[in-house]
Design a protein around this ligand. Structure first.
Ligand SMILES: Nc1nc2c(ncn2[C@@H]2O[C@H](COP(=O)(O)OP(=O)(O)O)[C@@H](O)[C@H]2O)c(=O)[nH]1
Ligand SMILES: [Mg+2]
Length: 289
């Protein structure tokens, strides 16, 4: 039986209408009228349920061709590495395809928690809502489209066990790489070179989006800029360094999505849009507040 915490329309403004959380164990039906109350309720649920060893957070929008296969692939990577008691939290923003049904099916039968957000879109806020709903000390953040290979996760967790607070997967260290259409590959290399110039050498990959991080340290970071797409990565890495987190990088080979469409490429004008989004954020972080 899937338990559900259903939250009806809130008074907190028009950006957020409802969220429904489904965990496998326990049974709760809760309603709230504010975001604050919602957060308190979630933390009660999180505190009352059994701890997990690691929580993988996956934001999704129209990923029916990927989400089920990805959950299977992550589960296999964990079982090959003898990682037990993991959870995979899928945070979906009311996809128009069958993603919500697929994730609910997995939530009913396995180590998957499904979070449905209605009336709001955005990768960063989806990830952070997933983090709040997570029940372990270590978080893995990754995309749903197989850009980030699940087989890398055990190596990243190994570094966390060695004492690193943030382990970031990089395409620009020895062993890393990019498999993508040539324009996208060139753009990624160019953006990262420019961003490295502005931000300095904290990490080699500023836009990889594939991380393992301490849950409490992530929640304590002082994010100051609103982010919707991948540009939150810049602030995550920058604030982590400022806060004194121990950071390590491991190599990974990025694969451009096999199935479905890139949401950022649809919403953001390619090249100039990205350059504006990332370039402005890099300058804001480096020279702003
Ligand atoms: N929850 C949520 N996830 C999203 C949204 N937009 C994109 N995603 C997910 O965020 C990840 C990265 O998006 P993607 O379209 O691959 O962007 P790209 O890698 O920059 O081309 C994927 O897992 C998407 O399904 C959104 O509005 N809400
Ligand atoms: Mg992608």
């Amino acid at each position: 039986m899937v338990s559900a915490m259903a939250v009806s329309a809130t008074a907190a403004g028009d950006v957020f209408q409802a969220a429904k959380y489904a965990y496998k164990s326990g049974k709760l039906e809760l309603e709230t009228s504010s975001i604050n109350e919602l957060e308190q309720l979630i933390s009660k649920v999180v505190a009352a349920t059994k701890k997990k060893s690691v929580s993988v957070i996956i934001p999704t929008y129209n990923e029916e061709g990927n989400v089920g296969r990805l959950i299977d692939s992550i589960s296999s990577a964990f079982s090959a590495a003898a990682v037990k008691d993991f959870e995979i939290i899928v945070v979906d923003d009311n996809s128009k395809d069958s993603t919500p049904q697929v994730m609910d099916r997995y939530a009913a039968s396995g180590a998957v928690a499904s979070v449905h957000r209605i009336g709001i879109r955005g990768i960063f806020s989806a990830i952070m809502d997933g983090v709040r709903a997570s029940r372990s000390d270590t978080i893995v953040i990754m995309d749903a489209d197989f850009s980030h290979p699940p087989s890398k996760i055990p190596e990243m967790l190994g570094k966390v066990s060695e004492g690193f607070d943030l382990v970031s997967a990089s395409r620009f260290v020895n062993g890393g790489g990019i498999e993508a259409p040539i324009m996208r590959k060139l753009a990624t290399i160019l953006f990262n070179s420019v961003i490295r110039l502005v931000m300095g050498g904290i990490v080699t990959d500023w836009t990889g989006g594939f991380h393992a991080i301490s849950r409490s340290k992530l929640l304590a970071l002082d994010f100051r800029y609103p982010a919707k797409w991948g540009e939150f990565d810049l602030e995550l890495l920058y604030r982590a360094k400022k806060a004194g987190l121990k950071i390590a990088e491991v190599p990974f080979v990025y694969n451009f999505r096999e199935e479905g469409k890139s949401k950022s490429a649809e919403s953001v004008n390619f090249l100039f849009g990205y350059a504006w989004l990332y370039g402005r954020r890099a300058l804001q972080l480096r020279f702003g507040r």
